[in-house]
Design a protein around this ligand. Sequence first.
Ligand SMILES: Nc1ncnc2c1ncn2[C@@H]1O[C@H](COP(=O)(O)OP(=O)(O)OP(=O)(O)O)[C@@H](O)[C@H]1O
Ligand SMILES: [Mg+2]
Length: 319
Amino acid sequence: MTMTQPSRTQASSHAMMAPRRRDPAPGLRALPSVRPAPPAPQAVEPVQAKRARVITVTSGKGGVGKSSMVANLAVAMTRLGKSVLAFDADLGMANLDVLFGVRPQYTLYHVLKGKRDLPGILVSGPPGVKFIAGGSGMAELADLDDRAMGELLQNLRRLESYSDVLLIDTGAGLSRNVLSFVRAADEVLLVTTPEPTAMADAYGVLKTLAMEGSSVPRTSIVVNKVKDPEEGLLVARRFSKVAREHLQLRVDYAGFVLEDENVSLSVRRQKPVVMLYPNSYASVCITNIVAGLFDSPAPPAPANQPGFFERLAGLFRRS
Ligand SMILES: Nc1ncnc2c1ncn2[C@@H]1O[C@H](COP(=O)(O)OP(=O)(O)OP(=O)(O)O)[C@@H](O)[C@H]1O
Ligand SMILES: [Mg+2]
């Protein structure tokens, strides 16, 4: 993907919540064909030889919108006919279950306590989306030692063939767990807001990855909570330029999401905004990002390349 602005689209705006401020993106309207595709069949049984496209969503600074992004990307992807497995890897501060409005009976906690196996904790979210909940009050999970983490990841391998896309929500920052989930992904969505602090922290993540010497997965930036499309483009351009000049890394532009109070309204109602307010500014932006992700071919995966969890487990074995 290049540094182009996500396409602007047309549609009726009657269902939009009336913005309380000037229209930030007068040309930005919902897609005309908002009739959702029938949800993909629920991914219960693994499909032979299928290997999910693994997308890790991360950030430097906390609170920039990663988890909301994952919940909404997941739903938006199902509208393109993809089956999605969302994995809450924010060990310690997991909340994907809350965003999906589901109370899972079992979480990773039960797996780590040996009370359940991983397929036994897969939960159905919105149609077409399965997820693995992290659970709450899991401070001990955040401190998993390498052996426990390696074991968990080996088990997770079994789930790789369950869906078209494996979407991973991480915690913010530079913890070893987060960096491992980033390094082992096929591609990374690095979320920032236009705030210089968020941009600096996002750059810090990239720099740490680059310094560690291992190859950095294809990385795209998502600029969240922008006031207008131009701001998103400006932030992405600036970020890519710095990454190119100082780290010799290419960072693509996945798109922007306008600051939109419908996002927090949806969080409060525990339903992704793309379901609750499909014609809102934020929803249209997220739909555009997803369209762009599937427009650009997934990074090539050589036939003998190990799957995501195998790579991840390998990272822990080496340490
Ligand atoms: N485009 C947006 N417009 C307005 N508010 C937003 C937008 N995106 C996210 N938010 C709000 O920002 C807050 C933080 O979002 P979220 O929890 O998704 O961030 P996070 O990066 O996952 O945080 P953490 O680092 O703690 O995991 C939430 O209150 C959410 O409603
Ligand atoms: Mg989060």
